[in-house]
Design a protein around this ligand. Structure first.
Ligand code: SR1
Length: 349
């Protein structure tokens, strides 16, 4: 009897939601959605290369929220910066019989063939920030060119076209490689920008390891006044080092990404971290789930799915009393939402 009442309530909820134009997910599926979402029970794997850090945690949270709204059983495979393990996880997901796989970052050479195996098994695959070079696999990205341009335009605005720079970069990560293309273009267009030192590391303690490297780089190049650190873990490391060696007042840091903890670091008195260009990573996670869901439903999300970044300056944050990512969502609608990979049957989250 209890079971019947519960079913009745779920059914009424779905009807009410549909009446207001918002489909609702339940264990039985979404009323009016295409198969298999009309019946529910869709399984998707989210396989990450990196899980630590604010960006990746928020990305995962956004993916989980959107999956829940779609009634998806989302299996999360934690990323430990281990290419062999990530590859193995793709094979595990194939064996689990999932209908969709989201591959979040990673090294293309260790993933291309297993991703193709998944496609051959009829599994729909979407890649975020890893170029799998496969026409069947849509690519989600944050428009890294635009993101780097926005941060570097602000650096030029604040510092003029001649300055000594430090640059934090690790080759081989698609978003960092795309941001690097813009850094190279900007240097070429502005010969007064001199890259005095380049450093960087991506590991399970990226900020702390970057801080160690930054201390050495800044001590050896006391004339660096600008650091381009286009990943928030890099920027945190540079800021930590600048504070520890007492040069924060002579330095300006331009970065990518934002989180509530980053906003606190950017707005604290005397912070050298003056601007960042960013998307809301939770929105990117939601877009990734929507893209794979469209594929599973036999619909086309497009091959290049782009979430647009916004420029966030220290001054804007302070002037507008923005303290959290939720404040940013409220003040900047373009940051809090994306219309990428949407459809009338997909519930907003
Ligand atoms: C190691 S790659 C780090 C970047 O991935 C995502 O694109 C985030 O924006 C982050 O900066």
């Amino acid at each position: 009897m209890k079971y019947r009442i519960l079913c009745g309530l779920v059914g009424l909820g779905a009807l009410a939601a549909a009446a207001f134009g918002v489909p609702a997910a339940s264990a039985e599926g979404i009323a009016g959605a295409p198969a298999p979402f009309d019946k529910g029970g869709v399984k998707v794997a989210l396989i990450s290369y990196i899980s630590a850090g604010d960006f990746f945690q928020a990305y995962q949270a956004g993916a989980e929220k959107q999956a829940k709204a779609l009634g998806i059983d989302l299996r999360i495979f934690p990323g430990r910066q281990d290419a062999a393990e990530e590859r193995d996880q793709v094979q595990q997901a194939i064996n689990l019989g999932v209908q969709g796989i989201i591959i979040d970052h990673g090294l293309p050479e260790s993933l291309k063939d297993v991703a193709q195996q998944a496609v051959d098994a009829g599994i729909k695959v979407v890649a975020f920030d890893v170029n799998l070079d496969n026409p069947k696999i849509p690519q989600v990205e944050q428009s890294d060119h635009e993101l780097a341009k926005a941060a570097l335009d602000q650096a030029l605005k604040d510092n003029g076209a001649s300055f000594n720079a430090g640059y934090v970069y690790v080759a081989g990560f698609a978003p960092l490689d795309r941001r690097n293309e813009i850094w190279e273009e900007v240097k070429k267009a502005n010969p007064g920008i001199v890259e005095k030192a380049r450093w960087g590391v991506v590991n399970d303690t990226t900020a702390a390891s970057t801080a160690d490297q930054t201390k050495a780089a800044l001590q050896a190049n006391a004339d660096i006044t600008v650091v381009f650190a286009p990943y928030d873990e890099f920027a945190r490391g540079v800021k930590l080092a600048a504070n520890e060696i007492g040069v924060a007042d002579k330095l300006k840091i331009y970065s990518a990404d934002v989180s509530t903890a980053d906003i606190q670091e950017i707005t604290e008195p005397g912070s050298p971290w003056v601007a960042t260009a960013a998307t809301n990573p939770a929105v990117v996670g939601a877009v990734s789930v929507r893209a794979v869901s469209l594929l599973i439903a036999g619909q086309d999300p497009g091959h290049n799915i782009v979430v647009k970044p916004v420029l966030i300056t220290q001054k804007d944050l302070i002037d507008n009393a923005i303290k959290t990512v939720e404040d940013l969502n409220a003040k900047l609608p373009a940051f809090g939402k994306s219309d990428a990979a949407t459809a009338a049957w997909i519930p907003a989250n």
